[in-house]
Design a protein around this ligand. Structure first.
Ligand SMILES: NC(=O)c1ccc[n+]([C@@H]2O[C@H](COP(=O)([O-])OP(=O)(O)OC[C@H]3O[C@@H](n4cnc5c(N)ncnc54)[C@H](OP(=O)(O)O)[C@@H]3O)[C@@H](O)[C@H]2O)c1
Length: 266
């Protein structure tokens, strides 16, 4: 390459690249009534995408959708229930007129329970919500994603790598499932032009920790994080937009992006 060779500069990177990428794109973000999912859905909406948000409380969701601007579709359903999961995705595809991006984000820990105390019903519910729902949602969305050559982004967790703290074994294993599922489906769906990746948040300051972590535990965690603070929902948004963008991440599939301030172990 000579000093006058500009082949390395030939890519056209428009100043409004993200808006060009997502304007008019049809996006379903599951678990977007609050927290990480709400931040991701709001960003897609701001960039001009046609967005469907999801949670369990229909009335609350309508208010969240209104706050994201006109045209955001609100769909309620319990993702521990496979029929409801299918119904939400079917309605999203119908209301949006297809689907370009599916973000499988719905989930929560459901409680810290030691192995000896894990009951069969709890085991089943953990698996249904935090692992199986992404399979059911992706399977239901598949015809629409094949038609659009779309993208799937799963939400994993740092606990999928570390195992999490005591009492979170099922949740953590289910989150590891999300990253593993993304890797497998990436290979399987590549012939359809569908990319499948995952975002693995670290300790993100959302309602989640209000329920499952004490302030002391969070302060200790923050002190161990190299960037010396907990993450925010907004900190996670860029990784989802990046992985959903064919322009930015068109040659990236089967990968997991860790968003954790440099925290590798808990
Ligand atoms: N916060 C963290 O530190 C962290 C770290 C790693 C991974 N994650 C993952 O990131 C995702 C979002 O978490 P977050 O921190 O934003 O938590 P959050 O504020 O508690 O939000 C969880 C979202 O999932 C939905 N959800 C929960 N249970 C559901 C169910 N049974 N059926 C349908 N939707 C359900 C919630 O909707 P409702 O309004 O119906 O409750 C809400 O929209 C989750 O998958 C979580 O496991 C979080």
């Amino acid at each position: 390459m000579t000093a006058t060779d500009t082949t390395h500069m030939s890519a056209d990177w428009p100043a409004d690249l993200l808006a060009q990428e997502f304007r008019g794109k049809r996006v379903l973000v599951t678990g977007s009534s609050r927290g990480i999912g709400a931040a991701v859905a709001a960003a897609f909406a701001r960039l001009g995408a046609r967005v469907a948000i999801h949670g369990r409380d229909g009335a609350a969701l309508e208010a969240v959708a209104a706050g994201m601007g006109g045209g955001v579709v609100a769909l309620a359903g319990d993702f521990a229930d496979k029929a409801q999961t299918r119904g939400v995705v079917e309605r999203a595809v119908e209301r949006l007129g297809g689907l370009d991006v599916l973000v499988n984000n719905a989930g929560t820990m459901l409680g810290r329970v030691a192995l000896a105390d894990i009951e069969d019903g709890f085991l089943q519910r953990q698996f249904d919500l935090n692992a199986a729902s992404a399979v059911v949602a992706s399977r239901t969305a598949l015809p629409a994603l094949i038609a659009s050559r779309g993208a799937i982004v799963n939400t994993g967790s740092i606990s999928g790598r570390t195992g999490g703290s005591a009492g979170s074994s099922l949740y953590s294993a289910a989150k590891a499932f999300q990253a593993s599922l993304a890797r497998s489906l990436a290979t399987e769906l590549a012939p359809h032009g569908i990319r499948v990746n995952a975002v693995s948040p670290g300790t993100i300051d959302t309602d989640f920790h209000g329920r499952y972590s004490t302030p002391d535990k969070l302060a200790q965690t923050a002190a161990r994080i190299p960037l010396k603070r907990l993450g925010t929902a907004e900190d996670c948004v860029g990784a989802y937009l990046f992985l959903a963008s064919n322009r930015l991440a068109g040659y990236i599939t089967g990968q997991t992006i860790e968003v954790n301030g440099g925290q590798l172990y808990n």
